[in-house]
Design a protein around this ligand. Sequence first.
Ligand code: NAP
Ligand code: MG
Length: 502
Amino acid sequence: MKTQTGIRQKISTNGKSNGYRTHGKLKTSIWEYSKSVEDSKHIQLKSEYDLFIGGKRIKTKKYFDTINPSNEEVIAKVAYASDEDVNKAVNAAAKAYDKVWSKISAKERSKYIFRIARILQEKAREFAVIESMDGGKPVKESKSVDVPLAIAHFFYYAGWADKLELAFPGRKVSPLGVAGQIIPWNFPLLMAAWKIAPALACGNTVVIKSAETTPLTLYKLAEVIEEAELPEGVVNIISGDGATGAAIVRHPKTKKIAFTGSTEVGKIIMRQTAGTDKKLTLELGGKAANIIFEDAPVDAAIEGIINGIYFNQGHVCCAGSRLLVQESIKDIVIKKLKHRLKSLRVGDPLDKNTDVGAINSKMQLNKITELVQSGIDEGAKIYQSECQLPSRGYWFRPTFFTDVAQSHRIAGEEIFGPVLSILTFRTPAEAVEKANNTCYGLSAGVWTDKGSKIFKVLSKIRAGVVWSNTYNKFNPASPFGGYKESGFGREGGKHGLEGYVK
Ligand code: NAP
Ligand code: MG
């Protein structure tokens, strides 16, 4: 049955589907959306991408494929940067710093960053589609979160470039030189904006490396940078793997390393930069507690839980992956959550109706599967959405676990997938104790009707970012970063400038 809004209701009566409700015989009733696939004809992609160094396209000895994780098809071949290529990129950035970027006025720097923001704005739709193709995230998210936030970061830092004396009153700050930047695959363009915009605003030049599975929007950004006529070598964009990242870290001319990725690699980088003159900021993993008190607006909290863990397939460092629910409302929360999971649409990232897209890579899918199996083996109770998964590509059903003990791996380790661990508490003190019982400290959420409880609880939680009665909200003016093994240094806001000056 097709309604005027384009929504089809499929009704199955005793296994037969006649499209009509038959009183007394109704077995299941599934609302199904008609497909609404984002047009991708306007997308301009090349079959091969070379490194972007010194304003030129540089060929390399080796190329690798980047695929679309929702259908496993190769989208393009991408250059692999060796140690020698990294050296070229860093030298190009050092030359641009010495000859051009450190000499032009702050006002000029501001204009270039502003231009990048404006051009990105014009190409927003193309960027959103490519981000979803390369990484698997729903296009509705890349359109409404990744791309607009990336643009907002460029606008925001364009504004700071000529006002640094206001950001650091009474102090005279100067740039560091070449910033080496390494980003992960979960928010490629956005992470690039978080890093490039403040670096340029403070007068540094950049060598940035995309993650192996998601290089495309960075190479599209290279086209924007060219169009903005940024002086050659001010931003150099390269691709490769972990070894490429390590070469950026090791290079004697990179004076700043900004890394977003796993705690494991963060620790390696910290060891490598210890005792050098490199300034370091690390944005690492997380295992955030999303705390629901019995006086919370439950339906709003359910949406917050869903957004907290299933947004971007749970590939979110600040995901609300540990739900702490007050015991008295546990049953109603779980019941409502099960109901809500039924309406989450999993599938084609380019379909505008999709809520949960593809898992970014085979490797990540294996990691999620292994951790979920450990949850089952250790005795937690699993609940998964019954949605139909596409036959090709990498997929994982939205999942949650109940009966989770704090000692379970799924309660302590970052799963980085659409998997929620539910624990309970009785008193606010117990909630705080459990929320802090983690080696991470990136984010947290609290849901309650009482303003005083929000402040009392959140002030005791060791997390860099906290949300109350909402979750996963970002703004370029607000600093983001972690405590403990979630890293140090802040990105965003005035604080985000500190990592790029001395
Ligand atoms: P990852 O394996 O640490 O990789 C991150 C980046 O580092 C990638 O570009 C990677 O290259 C590169 N890399 C790998 N080994 C390296 C080495 N020895 N030296 C220098 N660079 C190296 O992390 P991921 O799996 O891509 O990303 C997921 C992790 O990022 C999660 O733990 C998540 O929590 C964290 N994250 C944190 C934030 C935050 O702001 N705190 C934001 C997003 C993600 P290749 O990919 O090419 O191998
Ligand atoms: Mg890819």
